[in-house]
Design a protein. Structure first.
Length: 279
């Protein structure tokens, strides 16, 4: 996280403050987009996508509030940025135009994943007969999935994996990330680092002394890590919210075209750094 060629401390502080301002603008824009599209007619996929975009907005607001905390919790900020990053990939997965049978398969897989994880939750607190509706619901979803024509076209190994209810991307996360425009190696690089903080993995604490980590007076390493995470989250917020806005011609008229164009240029610049150049 640190090396002898890094910017002087004053520059690191300035970079963080500058990125916080940019992130705030992205958050404000995203909230306004969410509000502008609220209640508009849409498809099943569009409705789920709108839920994900709204959730990203809430994550972004929570991220900003952490900066007013009496403790400098860089790990919590990075973990929230990971949520925003994952949500962006999911938004484009949900809203990608696909044939009806493929969308039917995708929706069944989402419902199965939801049901399987609710069973895991209930298993810890209730007897099996108390959540029998979830168990029967899982069996029903598995049956519907096996009858789906797109599901039948998948390789047996992928079918088996999806039927466990442990995965929700049909085609896998690598395909979903690439469809969202990520350079997959960079997606994994960010995801792995952010996840270390979300899960309190060794990479989040093994170099506390070397990086002079302090929750009272954050070190340059902490500031640098947070700045990088905010940059990724800003990119994800703007890319998603611009796409969400573009899904509704009527909503687009409520926004200043110069502001939208400015954010679009910003996303284009970020895509040179993070993206595959395919979207």
């Amino acid at each position: 996280m640190t090396n002898e060629n890094e910017a002087p401390p004053a520059d690191i502080k300035a970079a963080l403050e500058s990125e916080r301002k940019d992130f705030h603008r992205a958050t404000d824009f995203s909230l306004r987009v969410s509000g502008a599209l609220h209640g508009e007619p849409t498809t099943d996929a569009g409705e789920l996508g709108s839920f994900v975009q709204a959730k990203m907005c809430a994550n972004a607001v929570s991220t900003e509030h952490l900066f007013s905390s009496p403790l400098a919790d860089h790990s919590a900020i990075i973990a929230l940025c990971r949520m925003i990053m994952e949500a962006m990939t999911l938004y484009f997965y949900l809203t990608k135009p696909v044939a009806a049978d493929e969308w039917g398969c995708r929706k069944l897989v989402l419902r199965l994943h939801d049901t399987v994880n609710r069973i895991k939750l209930m298993r810890g607190f209730q007897s099996e007969n108390e959540y029998a509706d979830l168990i029967s619901g899982r069996a029903k979803l598995e049956g519907e999935l096996r009858e789906n024509s797109f599901f039948k076209s998948l390789q047996a190994e992928q079918q088996d994996r999806l039927l466990t209810g442990e995965h929700f991307y049909v085609g896998g996360v690598q395909r979903a990330a690439k469809d969202a425009g990520w350079d997959f190696r960079k997606y994994i690089a960010h995801y792995s680092y952010f996840s270390a903080h979300a899960h309190s993995a060794p990479m989040s604490f093994m170099r506390f002394i070397k990086h002079k980590v302090s929750f009272g007076e954050p070190s340059d390493a902490q500031r640098g890590a947070v700045t990088s995470a905010l940059c990724v989250a800003e990119f994800c917020l703007l890319k998603t919210s611009l796409a969400h806005l573009n899904s509704s011609p009527a909503a687009g008229t409520k926004f200043d075209s110069k502001e939208v164009a400015e954010f679009a240029r910003g996303v284009g610049d970020y895509e040179k750094e993070f993206g595959s150049g395919q979207v």
